[in-house]
Design a protein around this ligand. Structure first.
Ligand SMILES: O=C(O)C(=O)C[C@H](O)[C@H](O)COP(=O)(O)O
Length: 211
């Protein structure tokens, strides 16, 4: 089926920021997810960029209140693995025809990445109403999405890539942005020292970014 926009809307409207997680240490999965959920960010995108990413998803999906999705989804196998790991949504960097075809056969929604109006229109023609704008900052940032709001009024975006708290606030002020994705909530030094209190504080600040 085409993108389940109702399901995606209900997920993406739960918090203004989706933490984009790159984690390999499975023992950190639950405490990290607990800190993010406690800070008010229940929607978690775990990228398929580490050997243990699927195990990390499985652990995070057990945390009460967490809604886990997969990131860096590139093919049908990734999609099946995401479902098996307990994911409720998937995120891809782009919109190749094969990935859109594969998503049609999977029961959880895909949030695919686009970088141009033509890609947004291609996805829209396939029934996609929610798109990731990626990589957001490198592609011109908030002014680009602001410029797309009128001509592509039926498309809603989750910008991701190069965003920090200050930039997130600007994106979240746009009419066509439902949430933003980013990794700034989990600084490498905080992760390296299991500083869950700091990550919870950063999550709480992020959860309050929508004015
Ligand atoms: O792989 C994917 O599907 C992604 O979602 C890539 C992420 O958008 C970036 O990794 C965000 O990273 P930051 O720029 O560190 O916030």
């Amino acid at each position: 089926m085409p993108q389940d926009t109702a399901a995606l809307r209900s997920i993406l409207s739960l918090a203004p920021v989706v933490p984009v997680i790159i984690l390999d240490d499975v023992s950190q999965a639950r405490p990290l997810a607990e800190a993010l959920v406690a800070g008010g960010l229940p929607i978690l995108e775990v990228t398929l960029r580490t050997p243990n990413a699927l195990k990390v998803m499985e652990e995070m999906a057990k945390v009460t209140g967490a809604i886990v999705g997969s990131g860096t989804v590139r093919n049908a196998l990734h999609m099946r693995q995401s479902v098996d790991a307990g994911c409720r949504f998937m995120v891809s960097p782009g919109i190749s025809p094969r990935i859109l075809d594969a998503a049609d056969d999977i029961g959880i929604p895909l949030l695919p990445g686009i970088a141009t109006p033509s890609e947004a229109m291609t996805a829209s023609e396939r029934g996609y109403g929610f798109l990731k704008f990626f990589p957001a900052e490198a592609n011109g940032g908030a002014p680009v999405l602001k410029a797309l709001a009128s001509p592509l009024a039926d498309i809603t975006f989750c910008p991701t890539g190069g965003i920090d708290a200050a930039k997130a606030k600007v994106y979240l002020g746009l009419s066509n942005v439902i949430c933003v994705g980013g990794s700034w909530i989990m600084p490498a030094d905080a992760l390296a020292t299991n500083d869950w209190a700091r990550i919870e504080t950063l999550a709480r600040e992020a959860s309050q970014l929508r004015g």
